[in-house]
Ligand binder design. Structure first.
Ligand code: PMP
Length: 403
């Protein structure tokens, strides 16, 4: 599918700048712009269709409940899961914290080990540190290969029966490196560990089928999938979810409440205390529909072309250092010699090009790369050749400014 076919099929208000002209948005890994279909679904849910869910006896509320649960079904189906395995959370960060605070606190004992990797986002590091003191768990860090992948040969050597969990990014938000999930799952399960995949970057870029992959937990955020902020999902195998205790108490997550004792609703409701993000969930469903209608294979192929084009062009500039593997999914991190990424980002902004510059919430990875920050261009379904060309023009101008 050509860029034009992919982009023309939808309108993108966020891709226009203040003058109503298209700008070069290369920060989709931070958050994706929204197609009009998602904006419309959100507006409808907040306006003409609005009512609460799960409680109302009136028709509008019953319809809203159906729409909310349909969204759960659609979002679960996007990653090959079932609706009773999918918990709506505030985002991937909350989903990982949920697993740590419930499954982790219940199952991890002193001496148990968790294997993370050097390239993890802080949201897949800090939640495990937060429960380290409560559980006595030990954290191990899997190194990376020369080209910036999680080194699964090293993981194989490191894993022992003391490891109860492996938690890896499916796609790195800095390097775009794609995890060999079947091998990672086999390695984790080989020592009896569970495996959590941080699918934040993967779910909008690659076809994902959790049932076929055999992972135990999969987390992602709607806003990176062309959906709204404030909502994301935890998918977990049903037996794991059923055995996990609640972590937040309140309405909707109970079966019966008395002052003497309270019993819980079944999963996934047990993990959704309070009035949920109804509007956002419905728009999340619309975003999942949007992705499915374009096809993750086509989106992946498109972003692979964008990455190849960008890496090839950047690779021709002597003063550019490229990070990450050739086959990065949708993301290119780089450094321009003698120019701080923040300065580059500021000059690119003057050229109507938005990149991300910083540590990308992956400070241990920056330490590994030996840099305080990188510049990151990340692509989406709407990216095209003009975005890469604008990036290159901006870099050339920056080089001239810095002499
Ligand atoms: N993991 C990865 C790989 C990410 O890219 C991000 C977002 N930058 C997160 C986790 C956290 O997602 P959120 O902030 O939406 O919870």
């Amino acid at each position: 599918m050509s860029t034009e076919t992919l982009t023309r099929a939808a309108e993108w208000p966020g891709l226009l700048n203040a003058e109503g002209k298209r700008w070069h948005y290369l920060d989709t890994a931070a958050t994706a712009q929204k197609p009009q279909s998602v904006i419309d679904a959100m507006t409808r849910a907040m306006g003409a269709d609005y009512a609460t869910v799960h409680r109302g006896v009136y028709t509008r509320s019953a319809e809203m409940t159906l729409a909310y649960e349909a969204a759960r079904r659609t979002v679960a189906a996007l990653i090959g899961g079932r609706e009773d395995e999918l918990v709506f959370t505030r985002g991937a960060t909350e989903a990982i914290n949920l697993v740590a605070q419930t499954w982790g606190v219940t199952n991890l004992k002193p001496g148990d080990r968790v294997l993370l990797s050097q390239l993890e986002h802080h949201s897949n590091i800090v939640p495990w540190q937060l429960i380290r003191d409560r559980t006595g768990l030990e954290i191990d860090v899997c190194p990376l290969t020369e080209d910036g992948r999680i080194d699964l040969d090293a993981a194989e050597r490191m894993l022992t029966p003391a490891h109860k969990l492996v938690a890896f990014a499916h796609v790195s938000n800095v390097l775009g490196s794609v995890l060999d999930v079947p091998r990672a799952v086999a390695l984790a399960h080989g020592v009896g560990a569970k495996i959590l995949l941080d699918g934040c970057q993967a779910a909008a870029r690659l076809p994902v089928d959790v049932a076929a992959l055999g992972c135990d937990f999969y987390v992602f955020s709607a806003h990176k999938l062309y959906g709204p902020t404030g909502i994301g999902a935890l998918w977990a195998k049903k037996d794991l979810l059923d055995a996990m205790p609640p972590w937040q108490g309140g309405g909707s997550m109970i079966d019966r409440v008395t002052f003497a004792q309270t019993t819980w609703a079944p999963a996934p409701q047990r993990f959704e205390a309070g009035t949920p993000a109804i509007v956002e969930a419905i728009a999340f469903g619309a975003a999942a529909d949007f992705l499915t209608s374009h096809g993750l294979d086509a989106i992946h192929a498109h972003e692979t072309r964008m990455v190849a084009m960008a890496r090839e062009a950047l690779g021709r500039i002597n003063s550019v250092r490229l990070f990450g593997p050739e086959d990065s999914a949708g993301i290119v991190s780089f450094a321009l010699e003698g120019v701080h990424p923040h300065d580059l980002g500021t000059i690119l902004d003057e050229e109507n090009v938005a990149i991300r510059a910083g540590h990308h919430c992956a400070q241990p990875l920056m330490e590994h790369l030996g840099v305080p920050a990188t510049a990151r261009a990340s692509f989406g379904i709407y990216s095209d050749e003009s975005d890469v060309a604008a990036l290159l023009r901006g870099i050339e101008r920056t080089k001239r400014i810095f002499g």
